[in-house]
Design a protein around this ligand. Structure first.
Ligand SMILES: CC(C)(COP(=O)(O)OP(=O)(O)OC[C@H]1O[C@@H](n2cnc3c(N)ncnc32)[C@H](O)[C@@H]1OP(=O)(O)O)[C@@H](O)C(=O)NCCC(=O)NCCS
Length: 171
């Protein structure tokens, strides 16, 4: 049984290893394999995020954390900055449950949308979010905070032609 809950400060220490393990999936794509060896935020940065942003964790029955989602509110929208599920726990619906928790939170706070940036063509990225109701944003319809996120990713070395911004509008 997996519980989705808001992260507590004590969870911060476990999050870097989860993000590194999750990124192993990128080794499947030769152009993106380097991401599996890229630096990830450290426990101190996660602690700051837990205190200042929204971080949800998936907590397994034995108390082991399987994944996390970090998001922040920008212009009455909930922007998902990071979603990671440890390799061993992938493909069991945990990623979907974390995204659902973020959407539910945004609805309850009466935010206007949930946004994120992701890879267009990886099966566990844009196609997955599309099945959850997100739509691809054309460049001309993309808000400033998403354009900034895309720009920062390109500086980090991500192939721009494979990145996209997505939004789920809330009623
Ligand atoms: C994205 C990620 C968090 C999904 O976590 P997960 O626990 O495996 O997610 P789920 O089991 O809920 O699966 C999510 C969807 O992706 C699909 N999927 C998951 N792993 C997949 C894989 N290896 N290949 C193809 N499709 C995959 C599933 O079919 C599922 O779709 P559905 O819910 O519509 O049936 C995980 O793959 C991950 O950590 N990836 C590396 C980091 C990353 O890409 N983060 C997202 C950045 S925007």
């Amino acid at each position: 049984m997996m519980t989705i809950r808001l992260a507590q400060p004590a969870d911060a220490a476990a999050l870097p290893a989860i993000e590194r393990s999750a990124a192993e999936l990128f080794r499947l794509d030769p152009q993106l394999a380097w991401l599996a060896d890229a630096e990830v935020p450290d426990a101190t940065q996660h602690l700051r995020a837990i205190e200042q942003m929204y971080v949800w964790v998936a907590d397994s029955a034995d108390g082991q954390l399987a994944g996390f989602l970090r998001a922040l509110e920008i212009d009455h929208q909930l922007h998902v900055e990071e979603l990671s599920v440890s390799q061993h726990f992938q493909g069991q619906g945990i990623g979907r449950a974390l995204v659902s928790a973020a959407i539910e939170h945004a609805r309850q706070k009466q935010l206007t949308a949930v946004t994120l940036t992701t890879f267009r063509d990886l099966p566990w990225n844009a196609p997955f979010y599309q099945r959850m109701g997100f739509t691809l944003l054309p460049p001309e319809g993309t808000e400033a905070h998403l354009l900034d996120a895309l720009k920062a990713e390109i500086i980090h070395g991500l192939p721009s032609e494979r990145r996209c911004a997505m939004r789920l509008l809330l009623a």
